[in-house]
Design a protein around this ligand. Structure first.
Ligand SMILES: Nc1ncnc2c1ncn2[C@@H]1O[C@H](COP(=O)(O)OP(=O)(O)OP(=O)(O)O)[C@@H](O)[C@H]1O
Ligand SMILES: [Mg+2]
Length: 348
């Protein structure tokens, strides 16, 4: 009864609580929130000052009185209070309306979690969601959510393989008959690519770059294959000279960025190859036929499909709108009671 009452007053939401980005899908409305997972707060009082894009702008720029935190690290909660604050903020935001009777947000939520996380880490996610106002929290493994979001036939007996390269983790899984058959999660993804760019430029040019600059370089020039771009791309970057400590700018090429990224990208392709080795042969032959599907922000590195194809000898596709696959999957689970029954309920 109470459940019915709250159901009338709140929108059910699907949440992709990512290391880099948090996305919120609202039943019947679509994806309403797509913001960086960053929280800025007062260092001493812990009062929240900004969340999302506004907070990300402060990264690396804040005075000592303000701390800018990324509440998630490697796909799991690193700062519980900041995670709770962020979820509460978004749950309230999607319930704001100009009607006379304000909605009391007590939604049911479906949250994607990395497949390899411990029970304690899982409980932290559902507790944060409940503390943020959810009345019930369902957890779904991200590769499963991504497969559902992309529209792959998870219920069939044929095997499907999904590789989700996010900010903190790369999640990969083979799914058949509605369940995960084998999976792997490595803590190598977009953040690691940024770090390797910083390291490469420091060694080669004696230049010190910030994380945000490294990410900009990755997005503009990042590539995984010599044939990724038709012509070489260039970019002027600014940083600090390590020896003199003074600002300096240099011009870098897309070939250099590939050289920097390749070791990290190989770690990902090797993990995928290892997972293929663990996959039952029948399912491997299904995947060979259908191809492997990539999603997550990291799958937007130009030519990553070509590299993955060469290294795993399987056909590779990058999902359409790869960064929203997980949240779209969470949304579909909310809409489909049959799917909802399958996902795990924690802390309901
Ligand atoms: N065009 C692009 N090319 C390469 N990388 C990109 C691009 N756009 C975004 N990224 C990277 O994708 C990553 C974020 O992807 P995504 O939003 O899927 O991660 P997440 O879900 O927040 O993280 P995780 O799943 O690990 O918790 C970041 O590292 C970001 O720099
Ligand atoms: Mg993700």
């Amino acid at each position: 009864m109470l459940d019915y009452f709250f159901g009338l007053l709140s929108h059910d939401v699907g949440i992709d609580l990512g290391t880099a980005n948090t996305l919120v899908y609202v039943k019947g409305k679509g994806i309403l929130i797509r913001e960086p997972s960053v929280v800025a707060r007062h260092a001493r009082t812990k009062q929240i000052l900004a969340i999302g894009t506004e907070a990300k702008k402060m990264l690396g720029r804040s005075p000592a009185t303000i701390e800018v935190v990324r509440p998630l690290k490697d796909g799991v909660i690193a700062d519980f209070d900041a995670t709770e604050a962020m979820l509460k903020h978004y749950i309230l935001q999607v319930h704001e309306s100009n009607k006379l009777i304000p909605k009391i947000p007590k939604p049911r939520v479906v949250v994607g979690i990395p497949s390899g996380v411990t029970e304690v880490e899982q409980r932290a996610v559902s507790e944060a969601a409940l503390a943020a106002g959810a009345r019930q929290c369902f957890l779904i493994e991200e590769p499963m959510a991504a497969a559902i979001g992309v529209g792959l036939p998870i219920d069939g007996s044929g095997g499907i393989m999904v590789v989700d390269i996010g900010g903190g983790t790369t999640e990969m899984a083979v799914i058949s008959l509605g369940g995960v058959v084998v999976n792997k999660s490595i803590r190598v993804a977009g953040d690691e690519m940024d770090e390797t760019i910083i390291h490469f430029m420091r060694l080669k040019y004696n230049i010190l770059l910030g994380e945000r600059t490294a990410e900009e370089i990755k997005i503009a020039l990042g590539n995984a294959h010599p044939k990724a771009f038709e012509t070489q791309k260039f970019m002027v970057i600014r940083g600090r000279d390590i020896e003199s400590g003074l600002p300096k700018s240099i011009k870098i090429t897309s070939d250099e960025v590939r050289e920097a990224l390749i070791p990290v990208l190989r770690q990902i392709t090797e993990a995928v190859a290892d997972l293929v080795e663990e996959t039952p042969p029948e399912l491997v032959s299904d995947i060979l036929e259908r191809g492997l599907v990539m999603c997550g922000g990291g799958s937007m590195i130009a030519g990553i499909d070509k590299l993955m194809q060469e290294e795993t000898r399987m056909p590779v596709y990058v999902a359409e709108d790869p960064m929203t696959a997980v949240v779209r999957g969470c949304g579909r689970v909310l809409d489909d009671p049959k799917l909802l029954n399958r996902v795990r309920v924690v802390g309901g």
